[in-house]
Design a protein around this ligand. Sequence first.
Ligand SMILES: N[C@@H](CCC(=O)N[C@@H](CS)C(=O)NCC(=O)O)C(=O)O
Length: 369
Amino acid sequence: MTVDYYLYGGDHSLYTGKARAYMRFKGLNWEEVTATRELYKSIILPNVGAAIVPVLATADGRYIQDTTDIIDYLEAAHPAVSVYPDTPVQKLVALMLELYGDEWLVIPAMHYRWSVLDQQREFIFLEFGKMSAPDAARDEQLRIGERTSTMFRGSVTALGITEQTMPAIEQVYLEFLDQLDAHFSQYDYLLGSRPGIGDFGLIGPLYAHLGRDPVPKALMQERAPNVYAWVQRMNNPVPLAGDFLADDEIPVTLLPILRTMCRDQLPDVLDVIRHNAAWLEQNPGGNIPRYLGMHPFRTGSASGERVIHSYAQWMFQRPWAHYHSLAGAQRLAADKLLQAIGGYEALNTDIGHWVQRKAGQLELVEGKR
Ligand SMILES: N[C@@H](CCC(=O)N[C@@H](CS)C(=O)NCC(=O)O)C(=O)O
């Protein structure tokens, strides 16, 4: 291995964009490898237990899936210039925004890829085709892309994207773009001049889909040029540069974004936790299925049904555990922020059944806090 790490992924893959931006910022000695059909068979499936990207391969033969685990593994190996703020409230906000990017902004990302497919069909199918079969002819790639994207295309309804919810999904996304644009007109990154874990969470949906697919990219360039400029900075960072704001400051420009997250996403996550707990009580010691049916959700003024994604609990446990590790003045500062954004109750909800990831599979299992 001439490099320290390989990252198997793809240009149009949401989560590859998160890991890529992180690895560039850390200035690591690594290479990105397109996850072709052959690599899915020979490397990804046998080592990860599922057909999923991105996957990090290390020089000592480890394969790590899940961008959060990839980032935490690399942070431990390369601690200089951490992407985790070390002050209490900034760390809480960064972890919450990672959760928002990873698990909620997937909704507008998938909407603006698949609901407007008639306006960007060739681009999208070609992207999928090029990844599976980089050496095939263009027509063949289009055919392959149409086939290999079927699962993603078909997941739109499960994500809650329907004729009823689409107007609200768009409205909430446009408000988000305006709010984030106002923020990035003043700051290079979410919490200062250094990208943190929250920025890496947001870049997933905001690059591969919303900042790259033709229709939403044009929308972002037109409506939120400062967000588009941040997408470019995230993809071409000055490695290891910058600082988080002094004195644990949270820019007020982030508050409306955090409020929307608490209003829309946190009720969904708390319900996921209830479903995971009920499942574990019925199936002690089992592997929690990735999807546990459908449940009601709300976004903006719309309500609908979406899949119960058991994994969301694992992501939520990160800000939750951080918050519950705080005491004294630090806890009070976090409480003040949570009260201001409507997240106090959610972060103070007890988690009866802790979950954890297990190597070689995507299904969570019950774990110890
Ligand atoms: N939480 C995972 C999500 C990865 C993920 O969903 N990757 C997509 C492509 S961007 C995929 O391969 N999905 C296939 C699947 O979920 O089965 C991470 O952070 O890596």
